[in-house]
Ligand binder design. Structure first.
Ligand SMILES: [Zn+2]
Length: 473
């Protein structure tokens, strides 16, 4: 038996994950035709289905054969089909989905996003980044509150079964707080959830008002488990799409996509900090990490140095010159340990970055050696929400069961360090250190002193959150 205060996930999207989970799971499909067949079978088994939303396909699936709507049309030309890429920054859709969005003949230009077109200018069925993807999502039938509550219940069961007692819900848009509030009100919220409304470059002032209103509603609910202390800010995109922001050119040219004007980012960050929100940045490339730090420097200068526990999530590539600044600002780096293997640096990413930058990806060892506060998160549905396989990867730089070579093995960390980042490290990020004694997870295996095989086979026996037993095996 092993008892501790439980795992805390510093960056996750439980509602998105389980909404997407209503569609067929195509994660294990390793060919385009397998994806199409899986969706076709799903539609045959669910003839009442009016919209397929599912995930997720690896960008490698289409190497040499660009994704096209006509491939998905073999599953259906009548029902819109949306398949998420595994990085969740692009989607692949069929002709029916393009049609409902009015995108069959031409694609409008969208700043910082892309509707991929063929040589004649017609959309091919691939849309990159939120402002493009949203043209499709806007037509998707909204899930009912009951559907969303069921999705949240499934998400909580999966998290509790994995020993997770608290999560940072890392992306809240209008329509989502209601689900958490309704769950809290009906005593159906079982673990601790901190909401992070998203504030976007074009609409940050209104978005900040939405964040304040959401925080007021959460406080008024009186829930001991639900908070809204944080705002989420996307600074860049992802490496696999070439939209992560780099200090030096990608090997194929360009430095990625800056979503914000730097002075606007500093102003938005300052406004959110002044309103009492913790800042949670999505920053993947080294230039995006630096841009977030520039904004935090401005916040520090204007509002004074206090323990504001700003968070930079992902930080897949960090310029070593920035460690001192991260430390000085007291910024917590929330890494996704499940990504620290060659599977997250597939040939397309490795070619785009070049060997020396690949060697510096997911720098867990460097973060700890530079005494940076480290927390862990899954970014579910990008990766599964179970902490133990991710802890295995943090220590070995391998996926469980993989025959690959480790990804820059020098960046591996120890078992105790990894367990700490996923528990106490994230508790610090969430401001929950005074609550640790109220939460307890019991495993059937001593997680600190067991073999890797035993770690991967360890099972949760029971979970207590805020003094209440909420899960028993
Ligand atoms: Zn995320």
């Amino acid at each position: 038996m092993y008892k501790f205060s439980g795992f805390r996930d510093g960056h996750t999207h439980p509602l998105f994950a389980e909404r997407e989970g209503v569609g067929p799971d195509v994660t294990d499909c390793d060919t385009v035709s397998a994806v199409v067949e899986r969706i076709g079978d799903f539609l045959k088994a669910n003839p009442e289905c009016t919209w397929v939303d599912c995930g997720s396909f690896s960008p490698e699936l289409h190497a040499g054969q660009p994704a096209h709507f006509s491939q998905l049309d073999e599953a259906s030309v009548a029902v819109p089909i949306v398949v998420h890429a595994s990085d969740h920054h692009s989607i692949w859709v069929n002709s029916a989905a393009l049609a409902v969005a009015g995108l069959t003949d031409a694609a409008p230009a969208i700043p910082n996003a892309e509707i991929v077109v063929d040589a004649t200018g017609k959309p091919t069925g691939v849309l990159r980044e939120w402002d493009a993807m949203n043209l499709i999502y806007a037509h998707q039938p909204a899930p009912s509150l009951d559907d969303d509550l069921a999705a949240l219940a499934r998400a909580q069961q999966r998290l509790l079964k994995a020993g997770v007692v608290a999560v940072q819900e890392a992306w809240i848009d209008p329509g989502m707080p209601e689900v958490y509030l309704a769950a809290a009100e009906a005593s159906r919220l079982l673990l601790r959830v901190n909401l992070a409304p998203r504030i976007a470059p074009q609409s940050w002032r209104e978005d900040l008002n939405f964040a304040k209103a959401t925080r007021s509603r959460v406080r008024a609910s009186g829930s001991g488990l639900l908070t809204c202390n944080t705002v989420k800010i996307f600074v860049d995109g992802v490496l696999s799409d070439g939209t992560a922001l780099l200090k030096h050119d990608y090997c194929h040219g360009g430095r990625g996509t800056a979503l914000w004007d730097p002075s606007e980012l500093a102003e938005a960050a300052l406004a959110a900090d002044s309103a009492g929100f913790q800042l949670h940045f999505h920053a993947i490339g080294d230039a995006a990490v630096a841009a977030a730090l520039d904004a935090l420097d401005h916040v520090d200068l204007c509002n004074g140095f206090v323990d504001r526990r700003s968070v930079i999530s992902h930080a897949e590539l960090i310029d070593p010159a920035d460690y001192a600044r991260i430390k000085r600002l007291g910024t917590i780096v929330c890494q996704q340990p499940a990504w620290a293997s060659v599977e997250s640096a597939p040939p397309s990413v490795a070619t785009a970055l070049g060997d020396d930058r690949v060697e510096r990806l997911y720098p867990l060892r460097d973060l700890l050696d530079n005494r940076v506060a480290l927390s862990f998160g899954s970014d579910w549905p990008v990766s599964p929400p179970e902490p133990l396989p991710a802890i295995f990867t943090a220590c070995t730089r391998l996926q469980p069961g993989s025959n690959s070579a480790p990804l820059n093995a020098g960046q591996s960390i120890g078992r105790t360090e990894a367990l700490r980042a996923y528990s106490v490290g994230t508790a610090l990020q969430l401001g929950q250190e005074s609550l640790l004694s109220q939460d307890e997870v019991t495993f059937d295996t001593d997680l600190e002193n067991c073999t890797n095989a035993e770690l991967l086979g360890a099972k949760v026996v029971s979970v207590r959150v805020a003094g209440r037993v909420v899960y028993e095996a």
